[in-house]
Design a binder for this molecule. Structure first.
Ligand SMILES: Nc1ncnc2c1ncn2[C@@H]1O[C@H](COP(=O)(O)OP(=O)(O)O)[C@@H](O)[C@H]1O
Ligand SMILES: [Mg+2]
Length: 311
């Protein structure tokens, strides 16, 4: 059984005909790292928030399903039915994701207290052990600090400790190192990798950085404009990108590309492919929404170009 599956997830501002996410589909197998990659504003965070049942006020899920180990997490109307106890999320800005008024040891301790039903003192001791385990030097002392007294990297380690304290089945990491220095980034990646193999959980790893994808992920789903363009094992995607957008994304790492496209008088925003206005292969058909179609047993692409043409 798939560990985690998002199927045709559609999310939008209440009352607006223009969806923010349009039929987003991907899955995570047990023990696997799936990277959700896309430029800023492509809908990665929104996807994670919808999956966690944490959509901001005024934004709702209007279609699709999210399943953890086969159980649907959503009721019609978009409320999360089962608590997200089996899913944890690490956020992009660790300092602001922590409670500024609470000592970090207590924050981690609270999670342990709730999840493992331990007493307050025991939870605090367990929290210090966990802070040690995520590589915080002088954990006992650090536990008494407030978030503002710690560096961004240390705060992210605290967040990670809180996330793994619940022994999640799925860990969602939303750009966990974007706000950190490059050297710290490598350490956080290593930490996530080692904890994941220890717990045996699956990971939804969100990033805009293809280097991080290559470093961390087994498979990748490429997003643009709230649409999943391509889903593929990482190696295949990097060697042979199929979707015109994926190609554009890979090319743009190497050099600045400018895809100027002739206006064919089609309003892509509402009904069509979200990449239509920038795609060099655009044609009339792209005015309809391209479904995510299997082009090989391990790859799916959302494009009207035929499989042969996508080679
Ligand atoms: N609170 C909000 N209200 C309305 N639109 C939003 C809100 N938050 C994000 N969006 C829009 O949703 C889209 C996806 O945003 P987001 O998921 O944050 O992108 P990413 O994480 O890939 O950078 C963007 O176009 C953004 O403008
Ligand atoms: Mg984001």
């Amino acid at each position: 059984m798939r560990l985690f599956e998002v199927e045709a997830l559609t999310v939008g501002i209440t009352g607006s005909p223009f969806p923010i996410l349009r039929e987003v589909s991907f899955y995570v197998e047990p023990g696997e790292v799936l990277a959700l990659v896309g430029e800023s504003g492509s809908g990665k965070t929104m996807t994670a928030l919808a999956a966690m049942g944490l959509l901001p006020f005024g934004i709702e899920m209007t279609g699709g399903d999210v399943r953890l180990e086969g159980d649907s997490l959503v009721r019609t109307g978009g409320t999360v039915e089962r608590s997200a106890a089996q899913m944890s999320m690490i956020f992009q800005h660790p300092t602001s994701a922590l409670n500024p008024t609470m000592r970090v040891g207590h924050q981690v301790g609270r999670v342990i207290q709730i999840n493992q039903r331990l007493g307050r003192t025991q939870s605090l001791e367990a929290a210090v052990e966990l802070l040690k385990h995520v590589g915080i030097p002088g954990a006992k002392r650090v536990a008494r600090n407030f978030p503002h007294q710690l560096s961004g990297g240390m705060c992210q380690r605290v967040m990670i400790a809180m996330a793994v304290a619940c022994q999640p089945r799925l860990l969602i990491a939303d750009e966990p190192t974007t706000a950190l220095d490059v050297t710290v980034q490598a350490q956080i990646f290593d930490l996530i990798k080692s904890l994941v193999s220890e717990i045996g959980c699956g990971v939804l790893f969100i990033t805009h950085d293809l280097g991080a994808v290559a470093e961390m992920a087994d498979r990748v789903a490429v997003m643009y404009g709230g649409q999943v363009m391509e889903e593929s094992p990482v190696r295949d995607l990097l060697a042979e990108p199929r979707h015109p957008y994926t190609r554009y994304l890979l090319e743009s790492v190497v050099r600045e590309v400018d895809h100027r496209v002739e206006d064919i008088g089609v309003d892509f925003a509402l009904t069509g492919c979200r990449f239509g206005h920038r795609c060099p292969y655009v044609h009339e058909k792209c005015n309809g929404f391209p479904p995510l179609v299997e082009i090989s047993p391990s790859r799916r692409v959302s494009c009207f170009l035929k499989t042969e043409e996508l080679r």
